[in-house]
Design a protein around this ligand. Structure first.
Ligand code: HEC
Length: 204
C-alpha cells in the first residue's frame, strides 16, 4: 500500500516536471544575436522598386487617369467615363492594386533597380545608386511619400466605391501629385522646380 502511494506521488511529480519542461521548450525566445536567418521575415523580396513602378504602380494609375477623358475632335466633344458595373469593377481592381503596392514599397531590403541598371536620362534622372543613397539618408521622407501614395489611392478607391465620376477626377489629380512628390525628391530632383506647377505624369 505504502509503496503504491509512493509510486503515484512520484508519477505526479514527474508529470509536473515534464509540464514545466514543456512550457520552457515552448517559450518564444528572441533569436540569438547575429543569427540573421532566424530573425529574417518569411517574405521574399524579388522585384526592384523600378519593377514595382512598371508592373504594379503605373498600369493601375494609368487606368485611373484614363477612366475619365474628354475627347475633342472636329466632330465635337466626347466624354468618356465609367458607366457599367464592369467599368467600375475594373477600376476597383486597379485601386486595390495601387493601395497595396505601397506596402511592397516599404519592405526593407528592396533595391531601387537591378544590378548594373543605368538611368535612361543621365543628368536628369538619378542613377539607382544615387537614389539608394538618398533613401538610406532619409528613410522618413521615403515612408512619408509612400504614405501619401497610400492615402491618395484610398481616395481613388472611395470614389470608385461610390461610383462618383467627379470625385474620381479629383482623386486622379491627387494621385498624380503623390507620384510627383516622390519622383521630384528621389528620381529627378533636378526637375523639382520646373515640374512643381506642371502636370507631368510618369509614363504618360
Ligand atoms: C515613394 C516614392 C515613389 C512614389 C510614391 C512613386 N514612385 Fe515611381 N519611382 C520612384 C523611383 C525612386 C523611381 C526610379 C526607379 C528607377 O528607375 O531607378 C520611380 C520610377 C517610376 C517609373 C519608371 C520605371 C521604369 O521603367 O524605369 C514609373 C513609370 C513610375 N515611377 C510611376 C509612378 C507612378 C504612376 C506613381 C504614382 C501612382 C509613382 N511612380 C509613385 C519612386 C516613387
Amino acid at each position: 500500500m505504502e509503496e503504491r502511494v509512493e509510486i503515484r506521488r512520484a508519477a505526479r511529480a514527474l508529470t509536473a516536471a515534464s509540464v514545466v519542461a514543456y512550457a520552457g521548450a515552448c517559450r518564444i525566445e528572441p533569436a540569438p544575436r547575429g543569427d540573421a536567418e532566424a530573425a529574417a521575415p518569411p517574405y521574399q523580396i524579388t522585384a526592384t522598386v523600378e519593377d514595382i513602378m512598371r508592373s504594379l504602380v503605373d498600369p493601375p494609375a494609368d487606368a485611373v487617369w484614363d477612366a475619365v477623358v474628354t475627347e475633342v475632335t472636329a466632330a465635337g466633344v466626347t466624354e468618356h467615363a465609367p458607366s457599367t458595373e464592369e467599368d467600375w469593377a475594373a477600376l476597383r481592381r486597379s485601386a486595390i492594386a495601387l493601395v497595396e503596392s505601397t506596402n511592397l514599397l516599404l519592405m526593407p531590403g528592396r533595391r531601387i533597380a537591378a544590378e548594373g541598371s543605368r538611368s535612361d536620362l543621365p543628368g536628369v534622372d538619378l542613377e539607382p545608386e544615387q537614389i539608394e543613397a538618398l533613401r538610406a539618408g532619409n528613410p522618413g521622407a521615403w515612408t512619408q511619400f509612400v504614405s501619401g501614395l497610400h492615402a491618395s489611392a484610398l481616395t481613388v478607391l472611395d470614389a470608385v466605391d461610390r461610383q462618383d465620376v467627379e470625385a474620381l477626377l479629383v482623386a486622379g489629380d491627387g494621385l498624380d501629385l503623390a507620384c510627383e512628390n516622390c519622383h521630384t525628391t528621389f528620381w529627378y530632383p533636378s526637375l523639382a522646380d520646373s515640374t512643381a506647377e506642371s502636370d507631368s505624369r510618369p509614363g504618360a
